[in-house]
Design a protein around this ligand. Structure first.
Ligand code: PMV
Length: 339
């Protein structure tokens, strides 16, 4: 059997859907999401099918709003936060290869305008919300009215973690077992935790040097510890889900932090090694551990960038803000509309 590619999956999902715009401009919004139990490694590189499931929390009003319209021109136009983005940039290239999956007429060009209220390419899931908002904008432009699980699959084809950005709150991405990945998409968890806070500690908002795509592939291929990842992950995943259900913050924070550290250990033991942390990142981690030893329940998670996301409860806002005055505080269950 020939291996399925992204275009085959798009065709399966859209079938005979029309590519006649239903309106002048399509609009989509999506929150950013931070994984608490990470996605790191694929069983199918082309379709972004993961080797494990993952679990995330969406960042409320932090995310992306994307507008797309067909234009009568001979190249696409990409705008980010009201600035025209160079088409050669990594962000534009990724967006254009995703757009190409949906371009029925190869000559048809588009203007895509995205407003993102988090730093781009710095491990703050800007690509996740960007691609989820983009897929929703396409659905709106063409009036497909696809069910949300299908939008999640399409978003996954653009960037794995984007499949979790279709919902607010806690979201699980089931790895699925099918070759075509039709069972590998996000779905929302019913649990709410209004007291939960996420603090963004921006160490550096420069674009990362190694993409997460390259880094995860290198970990799969060369870290001697990658083989233990699925087993460890499964244990973390179950513990984390129970902690969310029971609102057991200490277990919740401990598991999320340790899962992130394990993911970075895979990168560090890859050949050549990948290190996303800056020296400032390590200083912050030590500060967090010191404070924890003094009794403050505060944990962190880290993605493919030097920035940390703190996890703490509403009751500790004052104490945590005193230690990290520059932190941006997000209440994931409070503001569930993008501004
Ligand atoms: O979706 P990608 O290819 O940007 O990979 C995301 C990887 C992590 O953010 C590090 C983990 C995750 O589950 O989001």
């Amino acid at each position: 059997m020939n291996k399925l590619n992204k275009k085959d999956i798009v065709e399966r999902i859209l079938g005979k859907q029309l590519f006649e715009p239903a309106r002048f401009k399509g609009v989509g919004v999506a929150p950013s999401n931070i994984a608490l139990c990470k996605y790191w490694g694929k069983r199918n590189n082309d379709l972004n099918l993961p080797t494990t499931g993952s679990l995330s929390i969406s960042l409320g009003e932090r995310g992306a709003k994307t507008q797309i319209q067909p234009i009568d021109d001979d190249s696409d136009e990409i705008w980010v936060n009201t600035e025209k983005y160079p088409l050669e940039s990594a962000f534009s290239q990724n967006l254009i290869s995703c757009l190409d999956l949906f371009r029925k007429n190869q000559k048809q060009c588009y203007k895509i305008e995205t407003d993102i209220n988090i730093p781009i390419g710095a491990g703050l899931a800007s690509s996740a919300c960007g691609f989820a908002a983009f897929i929703k904008a396409l659905d709106h432009l063409y009036g497909w009215e696809l069910e949300i699980a299908k939008l999640s699959i399409l978003a996954r084809l653009c960037s794995g973690s984007a499949c979790r950005s279709l919902w607010h709150g806690f979201v699980e991405w089931k790895m699925g077992i099918e070759d075509d990945g039709m069972d590998s998409h996000g779905f929302p968890l019913e649990y709410r935790w209004p007291e939960l806070r996420v603090g963004l500690l921006i160490v550096n908002s420069k674009q990362k040097g190694v993409s997460s795509r390259v880094a995860m592939q290198r970990s799969v291929e060369s870290s001697p510890f990658y083989r233990v990842w699925p087993t460890l992950h499964q244990k973390d995943f179950l513990q984390l889900k129970t902690a969310i259900q029971d609102k057991d913050f200490l277990i919740f924070g401990e598991v999320a932090e340790s899962n992130a550290i394990a993911m970075h250990a895979l990168m560090l033991t890859s050949r050549p090694p990948i290190v996303y942390s800056d020296s400032e990142t390590i200083i912050l981690m030590q500060k967090i551990w010191e404070q924890r030893a003094l009794g403050l329940p505060i944990f962190f998670t880290q993605d493919a960038g030097p920035n940390l996301k703190l996890l703490f409860l509403e009751k500790d806002i004052e104490a945590v803000s005193r230690i990290f005055p520059k932190m941006v505080i997000i209440a994931p269950f409070e503001h569930q509309e993008l501004s």
